[in-house]
Design a binder for this molecule. Structure first.
Ligand code: NAI
Length: 693
């Protein structure tokens, strides 16, 4: 029976099973290690050890969790630091003179796994999931996990688990040394049997803490793993600290544990950890609908994707992966065949790479119905249009959708920039229309902008947000404005980077500065990758209405005129030989840039990496302030989620709003004024008060 948490004289700490005390952790839903649960464990161990009828002890949880680790509700409260803290609980387990076996089912994460690893033995259900996810919050395991796991499975495997932070099945770790036994069922029975065997033998097995590792091997293995850290990992203090902590396994346990604790405490207050905690919270907030659009989502089982190009095929894949039925509709046989091929190549690639079981891939594809027949649309609960980015084309498609979709179906467009309301006007039911802006590759990128048109009904928005969750995306609600949240900020950022080219930087200076700060890619490498012609086409379309007084950088147009459209033509800002990007721009590009500077009367001045990053971030912050004031973003933190999830902004820097909040306010205002001056006509300054509140 689960033991109650509120301790009393009369409570039962354990159930006795043939000489083995089974202590069941009971703190629903996931046995987070609250103060109550920690106290219970210590008292239960005390009682079991003192009980002469008890020969061995089993610690277990429930189907959902052995324990998911620290109690988030306690973070920052006195309860978190109240004795017994987890370290005290672990010391009590390690000091037990009767064998203690952990029986794992559900999840054993973070502190939960540290508790299990401290026991004399571990038996796991094959389906149990184990992991040390602290790295995702900019931390390392802080209750001896860095000392225990290498002692059980060796340094390389232990680092593998701690570097990814991803939970993995016990089955996958069956032969690693982490578990004494991995069983298909009756984990408590198997754990009791093990405890009994040890009790019968009369010899208490050595605790994990008492094991020693070869100190030379530890040093060599840590050095080898440290050398493999990526540039982005090196920018985050937790990765280096993890290596330092694991290197401590060469020391006696107590010394290594002390070192781990020091490193852990340093990390807790680091800016990166604060930013990661903030992002975690911001992501939770982002998925909540504001009070005025609280509604029950409409049920979605069948989705029709119109247009089987780059985006349509990707969207179809993620809907199939989520278990939905998908109709893929195209305008002709050829385009449909191409789309089908994209989908089938994706699945065969996953299977070939060993990332998906053939049966799973086959089941997903069996739910796909490719079609040219618009009447099929009547089956769809939700339609996602992903045809060419052209208002007239999209309006014609939405007229067709209006004719064929059943009443109450949700009608979405994947447009990047077009006005949702103008698209909705093509139908007789604008209340059912919204934007669902996926990012490329649509089956990989987490971000989903859910765009609210003037007439979009609350339950349609709720359906968009719910679909985001079904597709395992990060849905963020946006207002209907050119570029929504992400592309609007990205445009401001890219404009600023183009200004910097005219002012004196080369593309590689800008790209290197930003990747040096942790961006996944720099803006010019991104432009080359996606093709310069997309922006060129848009610029040409806007040329007639562009005010000549606006600072307009024509470098991209010159490149396109030379046929330098990016990677696909072998050259753009950079040139590419055998697909490899040259580290610096070539003389042609430099010539074009110098001409642009001269035409604006600018004497080129080199810009430092710091200046480049600051100007790029300031441009984002300014646009963020405008977006918030215009109500395009509901919350400032949503903007940070969009930038991190969709645009390669370094997560451990929190996002542009988080960054701005760390800056000196007066310096921010001064530098934003300078930015406005340099941009000149038409540049709008945002209001920092609302953004930084
Ligand atoms: P694409 O050119 O690869 O695919 C468009 C597909 O739509 C083509 O296969 C075409 O045959 C089909 N199509 C055109 N008219 C049709 C009609 N009347 N009926 C049925 N099918 C029709 O274009 P892509 O890149 O997939 O973009 C699609 C939409 O997604 C655009 O609105 C674009 O702005 C947006 N988008 C694109 C992103 C990207 O990175 N490519 C990112 C986010 C949004």
């Amino acid at each position: 029976m689960p033991g109650p948490l509120f301790l009393s004289q009369t409570m039962t700490f354990y159930a006795l099973q043939d000489g083995i005390a089974v202590i069941t952790l009971h703190h629903p839903p996931v046995n987070s290690l609250s103060h109550g649960l920690r106290s219970f464990i210590v008292q239960a161990l005390d009682a079991a050890e003192a009980d002469p009828t008890v020969r061995g002890i089993v610690l277990t949880g429930n189907d959902k969790a052995f324990s998911a680790g620290a109690d988030v509700a306690e973070l920052g409260t006195p309860a978190q630091l109240a004795e017994p803290i987890l370290l005290t609980v672990l010391a009590r387990v390690a000091a037990c003179r009767k064998p203690v076996v952990a029986a794992l089912s559900g999840v054993a994460l973070g502190g939960g796994l540290e508790l299990a690893m401290t026991c004399h033995g571990r038996v796991a259900l094959a389906s149990a999931k184990v992991g040390l996810p602290e790295i995702h919050l900019g931390l390392i395991p802080g209750s001896t996990g860095t000392q225990l796991l290498p002692r059980l499975v060796g340094v390389p495997k232990a680092l593998g688990m701690m570097l990814t932070g991803q939970p993995q099945t016990a089955q996958a770790w069956a032969d690693s040394g982490l578990f004494d036994r991995v069983v298909p069922d009756d984990v408590v029975g198997a754990a009791c049997a093990l405890a009994r065997e040890w009790a019968d033998s009369g010899a208490l097995p050595a605790s994990t803490r008492e094991r020693t590792l070869d100190s030379t091997a530890v040093a060599e293995q840590v050095a080898a793993e440290r050398a493999k850290l990526s540039a982005r990992q090196r920018l985050q203090p937790a990765y280096g600290a993890l290596m330092d902590a694991v290197a401590g396994c060469a020391l006696p346990f107590a010394e290594g544990a002390k070192r781990e604790r020091e490193l852990f405490l340093q990390l807790v207050s680091s800016q990166a950890a604060q930013a990661l905690r903030y992002q975690f919270q911001a992501e939770r907030e982002a998925t909540k609908l504001p009070p005025d659009v609280q509604a029950t989502p409409r049920p979605v089982r069948t989705v029709t994707v119109i247009g089987a190009g780059t985006m349509g095929a990707g969207i179809a894949i993620c809907a199939l992966d989520a278990g939905l039925d998908v109709l893929l509709l195209e305008q002709n046989d050829e385009a449909l065949a191409r789309g089908q091929q994209r989908v089938s190549e994706h699945y065969s690639g996953r299977v070939a790479a060993g990332k998906m079981q053939p049966a799973v891939a086959a089941a997903a594809q069996s739910r796909l119905t490719p079609t040219l027949d618009w009447t099929q649309l009547a089956r769809a609960d939700l339609v996602i249009e992903a045809v060419f980015e052209d208002l007239a084309v999209k309006q014609a498609v939405f007229q067709q959708i209006d004719t064929h979709a059943r009443p109450g179906a949700v009608l979405a467009t994947n447009t990047s920039y077009l006005d949702i309301d103008q698209i909705a006007q093509a139908t007789s039911r604008p209340q059912d229309v919204l934007g669902l802006h996926f990012f490329s590759p649509a089956n990989v990128m987490k971000l989903l902008e859910v765009v609210r048109g003037a007439k979009t009904a609350p339950d349609v928005l709720a359906t968009g947000m719910a679909l985001g969750k079904t597709l395992k995306k990060m849905p963020v609600l946006c207002g209907n404005a050119f570029g929504f949240i992400g592309n609007r900020i990205y445009n401001a950022y890219r404009n600023q980077c183009e200004f910097m080219l005219e002012d004196g930087a080369w593309p590689e200076d800008v790209d290197n500065a930003l990747t040096g700060m942790g961006f996944a890619m720099g803006p010019f490498a991104v432009a080359d990758l996606s093709g310069l012609d997309i922006a060129w086409r848009m610029r040409k379309a806007q040329a007639a209405t562009r005010d000549p007084r606006v600072r307009y950088v024509s470098i991209l147009d010159r490149l396109c005129e030379l046929g330098r459209l990016g990677r696909k033509t072998g050259a753009g800002y950079y040139s590419y030989t055998n697909g490899r990007q040259a580290p610096t721009t070539d003389a042609t590009v430099r010539g074009i840039i110098e001409q642009a500077s001269a035409a604006r009367g600018i004497t080129r001045q080199p810009l430092s990496a710091e200046q480049i990053c600051r100007r790029a971030l300031l441009a984002m912050v300014n646009e963020a302030a405008l977006l918030l004031a215009e109500g395009v973003a509901a919350r400032a933190s949503d903007i940070d989620v969009v930038l991190v999830q969709g645009y390669g902004f370094p997560r451990w820097e929190g996002g542009p709003v988080f960054w701005a909040r760390q800056q000196d306010r007066a310096a921010l205002e001064r530098d934003l004024q300078a930015l406005a001056q340099a941009a000149g006509f038409g540049f709008r300054l945002g209001d920092l008060d609302t953004l930084l509140a």
